[in-house]
Design a protein around this ligand. Structure first.
Ligand SMILES: Nc1ncnc2c1ncn2[C@@H]1O[C@H](COP(=O)(O)OP(=O)(O)OP(=O)(O)O)[C@@H](O)[C@H]1O
Length: 255
């Protein structure tokens, strides 16, 4: 299987303490990879190293054969890496559709300013973006909500809207940071089904999540971090039985 993302030996320290050290993982094209770990394991740090919001102290990141580690988040977005951040905000006062259209900005030629000025070449582009945004809303089951104010959507649908925003940039790799956090059971279920349907479409996804059951249900393979180190990788069934993983979680509970 061809790999889309290769993280090799990355490390990142804050004030001399490693939040992530010597972490490596390879994500195959079309794979849904989960990343789990107890509090402070380094999940968010790893996520930000892949998105480009943090730069590694050492190690390499390769995406579709290109080295990433010195590229800005914007450059990575242009290569097809889309992000749904933990607790990301929607633009209030904008409709669901407008919120998604902002997500297409990463791949427009003219940039946000000329879009705001509504130059002629832009109107064409704007129409195309609008069509893409409607398609993205449709993919996440929110087409009927297109013209509603984003803040009117229930929390679960706001999360789906964030996914639509990421999809509008036509990503090849989708990064999800704790997408289920704060959701109720029914909302969680709907989100799981959405992520499953995107996997069915062949979208490669990295899912960083606190909720182990949520990840175990969805992921092809799971990488486990503890105290910044990569301690295990395998299928959900393998991970559930891995003694280092059990010890890492039990250790945290005991503490
Ligand atoms: N910007 C930062 N400055 C200083 N320390 C940081 C910073 N970001 C993370 N850390 C530290 O790095 C370690 C890993 O944190 P990280 O947030 O990556 O873990 P996590 O697995 O996402 O945890 P959680 O599940 O609690 O969100 C923690 O000890 C944290 O305090």
């Amino acid at each position: 299987m061809t790999s889309l993302l290769e993280v090799h030996d990355v490390g990142k320290a804050f004030g001399g303490v490693y939040a992530v050290r010597e972490v490596g993982l390879t994500v195959a094209e079309g794979e849904l990879r989960g990343v789990i770990g107890p509090n402070g394991a380094g999940k968010s740090t790893l996520f930000n190293l892949i998105s480009g919001h943090l730069l590694p102290d050492h190690g390499t990141l390769t995406y579709a054969g290109r080295r990433l580690e010195r590229l800005t988040p914007h450059a990575r977005a242009k290569l097809g890496i889309a992000i749904v951040f933990q607790g990301a905000r929607l633009f209030l006062g904008m409709t669901a559709l407008e919120n998604v259209m902002v997500g297409a900005h990463a791949r427009t030629r003219h940039g946000f300013l000329s879009a705001a000025l509504r130059l002629p070449a832009h109107r064409r582009e704007e129409r195309a973006i609008r069509a893409d945004a409607l398609e993205a809303l449709d993919r996440v089951g929110l087409k009927d909500w297109a013209d509603r104010a984003a803040e009117e959507l229930p929390l679960g649908q706001q999360r789906s809207l964030q996914v639509a925003r990421a999809l509008c940039a036509r990503p090849r790799l989708l990064l999800l940071d704790e997408p289920a956090s704060g959701l109720r059971a029914a909302e969680r279920e709907a989100l799981a089904q959405l992520i499953e349907s995107l996997r069915g479409e062949g979208l490669t996804t990295l899912l960083v999540e606190h909720d182990v059951a949520f990840v175990a249900r969805l992921a092809d393979r799971i990488s486990v971090l503890d105290l910044g180190a990569h301690i295990a990788e395998g299928t959900p069934a393998e991970i559930r039985q891995d003694e280092r993983v059990i010890a890492a979680y039990l250790g945290k509970e005991a503490a």
